[in-house]
Design a protein around this ligand. Sequence first.
Ligand SMILES: *[C@@H]1O[C@H](CO)[C@@H](O)[C@H](O)[C@H]1NC(C)=O
Ligand SMILES: *[C@@H]1O[C@H](CO)[C@@H](O)[C@H](O)[C@H]1NC(C)=O
Length: 133
Amino acid sequence: MHTSINSILLFLILFTKYAVCYAPGERFELVAAIIANKLYFCAGVKTDFTPQNDLFYIDLNQQFDASDPPFQFQNNITSTHDGSAVVHESKIVIFGGGLTNRIIIIDEPSGLSKIISSDNSSAWPSPRRFPTA
Ligand SMILES: *[C@@H]1O[C@H](CO)[C@@H](O)[C@H](O)[C@H]1NC(C)=O
Ligand SMILES: *[C@@H]1O[C@H](CO)[C@@H](O)[C@H](O)[C@H]1NC(C)=O
């Protein structure tokens, strides 16, 4: 009996440590935002310059080893890099980046994203990289 309970506990510990955590890999030009003690990371570019499209986070309510952060995958979003982000009503709003002037709105609880495109209207700011929020 003890053996099976121990086996279940070991499985849960291993599952929590290795199966649930997400390994985003090295990348740059990703956009970050904090909502309700979760530090979100949006997409970015891999070191081999492959654009990414994932949304993942670290739950800052828990203690963790900074050398092995417990990243959690949230959802796939529109590929984005070198934009800037603000948070408004539990939504991450990303402007620009990747030489675009589009706005990407990510709903935090669902991780669903939508794009508001400018269609390059002259009424919008020009396409840009590294805009400030
Ligand atoms: C997210 O996208 C990756 C490829 O970019 C794919 O392998 C994975 O299955 C997708 N996951 C979800 C939940 O859509
Ligand atoms: C907007 O401009 C960018 C950069 O000049 C271009 O790559 C893109 O195709 C344009 N988008 C539309 C909808 O015209």
